[in-house]
Design a protein around this ligand. Structure first.
Ligand SMILES: Nc1ncnc2c1ncn2[C@@H]1O[C@H](COP(=O)(O)OP(=O)(O)O)[C@@H](O)[C@H]1O
Ligand SMILES: [Mg+2]
Length: 446
């Protein structure tokens, strides 16, 4: 029987979907996670669970690779569930075991936004106004924002000067951490005053020890990019020996113009014209090539700036949260089924089921951290035609932290219908029926 290691944070939403997919593929599961140290001291975990520290990716990969050498522990695949660090550790472990894996440098670039921008630039990517530089036809579709990295402690006045001067990134711009996700710490700035405030906010976030633990070197820098206007799409894809297959393009119908970039609705199939969709697929293929990614799931965001796709971000993992549930493939396969089968060497070409579908991440209706007291209207929301499910991912009594400091959502709404427009209407109608009683946290004086 095959055995698959799933690499995840203990808090990962997507675990159940992957465990089920492994079982359906007839594989046993080893879980590698940063389990709770309190329970670790008091509880005997099943033998097939491994404790790893994401602060030490090489060490974590070694723990997984060593376990695979134990009798009965041989691994057929190592897959990440959730964020960039699990993806990096899973790929390092797969590489050590001689399984198909992305090169370590490519995984570093996929987990570090400055590294990603630098690699794309080296491959000839450019800002939206510049002609192609590389001369390589397959990379001529590659565009990305202008960018510059500054020290976390840089003088905001000097940074504003650098942004404004000719050849600089220019205003409006976007300020972001190098190694966070879920739009955490991503802020738009329109002028020196808002840039100064954004830099201070991101610097404070990057001073948090829990954030620094992820990557203390990356936490000492801040990335500034030119703001790319236009509609955003998310793309789900699968790489096989460097060749990209697009599984789905999601439209994001809500404008994402800042100052924070809260994800809300994802709809598929895309309503963009077929040639725009083809350009999006070519741009992402060029980006994965430039980054050196070769195998497994990719999840990317691009913006259509006057029809030209601009790469915002490429992650070497499937879509996060519970959003994968908005996708179904022929034969009733889930996205996790597709990823697991691919990792086990299956060579099918998964086709998304035709019915339009979508998901809404429920934003936090508060500006400051708050405690969830209660949720109302769930049954009414579930009763809206087209709604497949409403899942609240926060329990009463838990604290939610809105963007830019946190990256939590209150839950997910799933819908499917005859047209993407009907899916969108169903999601908005259901969202309007759910209400949350949130109690503000008492401010702490420092
Ligand atoms: N240069 C940019 N121009 C316009 N919007 C941007 C830019 N960079 C980020 N954004 C917006 O912020 C969101 C989050 O940024 P991203 O770089 O993808 O970080 P994260 O890893 O947190 O998802 C994007 O999906 C996009 O909506
Ligand atoms: Mg992103």
């Amino acid at each position: 029987m095959d055995r698959i290691a799933l690499v995840m944070h203990t808090t990962s939403y997507g675990t159940a979907g992957f465990v089920d997919a492994c079982r359906r593929a007839g594989a046993e599961v080893t879980i590698a996670s940063d389990r709770c140290h309190v329970l670790d001291g008091a509880w005997r975990w099943p033998a097939d669970s491994l404790v790893i520290d994401f602060g030490d990716p090489e060490g974590a990969a070694e723990i997984i690779a060593s376990a695979a050498k134990e009798p009965g522990g041989a691994l057929a695949a190592v897959l990440p569930v959730g964020g960039e660090l699990p993806a990096r550790v899973a790929s390092l472990a797969a590489g050590r075991l001689g399984l198909p894996a992305n090169p370590p440098g490519a995984m570093i670039a996929a987990a570090n936004k400055l590294e990603m921008r630098t690699r794309l630039a080296a491959a000839g990517a450019n800002g939206p106004d510049l002609p192609g530089l590389s001369g390589l036809p397959e990379l001529s579709d590659l565009r990305q924002p202008l960018f510059v990295a500054v020290a976390r402690t840089a003088d905001p006045r000097e940074v504003a000067e650098m942004v404004r001067r000719p050849g600089g990134v220019g205003f409006p711009c976007v300020v972001k951490p190098l190694m966070l996700s879920g739009s955490r710490g991503v802020l738009r700035a329109d002028d020196p005053a808002t840039l100064t405030a954004a830099l201070a906010r991101v610097a404070r976030l990057l001073a948090d020890p829990a954030v620094r633990h992820i990557d203390p070197v990356a936490a000492d820098r801040i990335l500034i990019e030119s703001f790319i206007p236009g509609r955003e799409v998310a793309v789900e894809g699968l790489l096989t020996r460097g060749v990209l297959e697009v599984l789905a393009i999601f439209d994001k119908p809500d404008p994402l113009d800042g100052p924070t970039f809260e994800e809300t609705i994802y709809l598929t199939p895309s309503r963009h014209p077929a040639d725009d969709q083809a350009r999006i697929a070519r741009a992402l293929a060029a980006a994965t090539r430039a980054l050196g990614l070769e195998t497994g799931a990719v999840h990317a965001e691009l913006r259509l700036d006057g029809g030209a796709p601009v790469v915002i971000e490429v992650a070497a993992r499937p879509i996060g949260g519970l959003c994968a549930r908005a996708l179904r493939f022929d034969g009733g396969l889930s996205l996790e089924d597709v990823v697991v089968r691919h990792a086990l060497g299956g060579d099918g070409h998964p086709i998304r089921e035709r019915r339009p579908s979508g998901v809404m991440m429920i934003p936090i209706p508060a500006r400051d951290p708050a405690v969830l007291r209660s949720v109302r209207g769930l049954e009414e929301a579930r009763g809206v035609p087209g709604i497949d499910d409403v899942i609240i991912s926060v329990r009463p009594g838990e604290t939610v932290v809105p963007l830019p400091d946190g990256a939590s959502y209150l839950g997910f709404i799933f819908a499917s219908a005859e047209t993407p427009a009907a899916v969108e209407t169903a999601l908005r109608t259901a969202a309007a029926r759910v209400s949350f009683d949130l109690a503000p946290l008492v401010p702490v004086l420092r």
